[in-house]
Design a protein around this ligand. Structure first.
Ligand code: PLP
Length: 235
């Protein structure tokens, strides 16, 4: 049994309430937004606390850490990969993830498509979009995604569920709003050109998740706010 961290339970509850409030403001049902705790900086003990609370969706940004922790934690955890995936790690990661949020190039998508065929898997993926066109950020450029859309649709072994984006670093939640809105509009546009819906929008982190929910996020990826008030040394 893990030592329970009351602070984590409190933070978790508060985040859920704030998601529900943001849903209320925008006429959405709270059940349409899933909280994905991103545990990349959390010691294992804190992660176990979340699991004790009944959390079953967990996000990691590094494939290696995801694989290590998947071995240590209950097998019914649904692991989300939210960070960059190198193609040579893809074979190991595919069977362990419920959703890859961060497919950031057509090359990676093709690799996943080929591996999925070989491994008889049907991985669920999101395409990461560099909405603000930042040089330092991974992801498809908006124009590139529009141009390559028919090739994307040709990757039939992957289950394409939607799009993911991050707001530019250091922006306030309100400054991030146009980024989230553009991702939603891009999703709507691409869904119109697809034979299947693209229901998921993975957007919003600790500092901007409420605005992301108001703009249509279905998955919010939250790390630091879940663990605020804790210090890693006490672990
Ligand atoms: C770390 C990380 C998060 C969580 O960020 P916080 O600001 O700590 O909530 C979300 N998404 C991705 C891709 C991340 O790497």
């Amino acid at each position: 049994m893990a030592a329970l961290h009351p602070q984590i339970a409190e933070n978790h509850e508060q985040i859920r309430e704030r998601i529900a409030a943001a849903c209320g403001r925008s006429g959405r049902t709270p059940g349409t937004v899933k909280l994905v705790p991103v545990v990349k900086y959390a010691p294992l003990d804190w992660v176990r606390s979340l699991v004790e609370l009944g959390v079953r969706d967990l996000g990691e940004s590094r494939p290696q850490q995801l694989l290590e922790r998947a071995d240590l934690l209950p097998s019914d955890i649904r692991w989300h990969l939210v960070g960059h995936l190198q193609r040579n790690k893809a074979r190991k990661v595919l069977p362990r993830t419920t959703l890859i949020h961060s497919v950031d190039t057509f090359r990676l998508l093709s690799t996943l498509d080929r591996l999925a065929g070989e491994m008889a898997l049907r991985p669920r993926v999101l395409l990461q979009v560099n909405v603000a066109g930042e040089r330092t950020k991974h992801g498809f450029a908006v124009s590139e995604l529009r141009e390559e859309w028919s090739a994307v649709l040709g990757c039939r072994n992957v289950d394409l569920h939607g799009l993911m984006a991050m707001a530019p670093y250091g922006e306030t939640a309100e400054e991030a709003r146009p980024v989230f809105r553009r991702l939603r509009e891009l999703r709507d546009e691409l869904a119109d050109r697809s034979p299947f819906p693209l229901p998921e929008l993975s957007m919003g982190m600790s500092n901007d998740f409420e605005v992301a929910v108001e703009e249509g996020a279905t998955l919010v990826r939250i790390g630091s706010r879940l663990f605020s008030g804790l210090s890693a040394e006490s672990d």
